[in-house]
Design a protein around this ligand. Sequence first.
Ligand SMILES: [Zn+2]
Length: 247
Amino acid sequence: MADKGRPLMRRKEKASAERTKDVQKVKSEGERAVDNGEAPPAEASNGAVDGSQNGESPVEPMELPPFEIIQGDRIDPFAFKFQFKNVEYSSGRNKTFLCYLVDEGQAADGLLRGYLEDEHTGAHAEEAFFTQCLLNYDPALRYTVTWYVSSSPCSACAAKIAEVLKARTNVKLSIFAARLFEWEETEIQVGLKALHATGCKLRVMKPLDFSYTWETFVENEEEPLNLWEDCKENYEFYQEKLADILQ
Ligand SMILES: [Zn+2]
């Protein structure tokens, strides 16, 4: 399965490299000596921000779009099968795919639909959703938002989502997750509970949800999704863990 994820990774690496180039250009104009290439992007951009706060640089790297995020219409089928597989140990799946549907109520022409993909080293897809997909947020509208995510949010994202939902009570969010991310960690459990307390619906994806997501968000070439052998058992495993956490 890992092999099937690679074509996409390659495409992604290329895209990242191009964006990194732009960022590095900006940094060099600001005369910031930030390590090139191998350094974790999050570290690098923090360094650049600190630099501009020292008054040496007119450049504001924070104004750049989050260059770790890919936004798209439909997911590559091989990437979907690898990233959404609800295995217990998510080895090699160091990113989150977030498929979204947004219903803006009566004023809308239809549903907004798409997906986001991140690398965990940069901005996370959950946060990017609010900054990139709800750009024209209008407090007068009522939003019904549904996410199908490859894994449930990390504690930082859970806190951010909870913050947004508390501030924007006109946004109703349901999150369907293929896997629970680090569910044994206390801070993760605290984050999920806090999210649940805001009224956010948290669910583990059932076999039918995988088929729906495949039909709705994947370049499926009209082929049905052949669910993997232990899909239902894995769903039941995660479902039980989530129920324990939220009870
Ligand atoms: Zn996160």
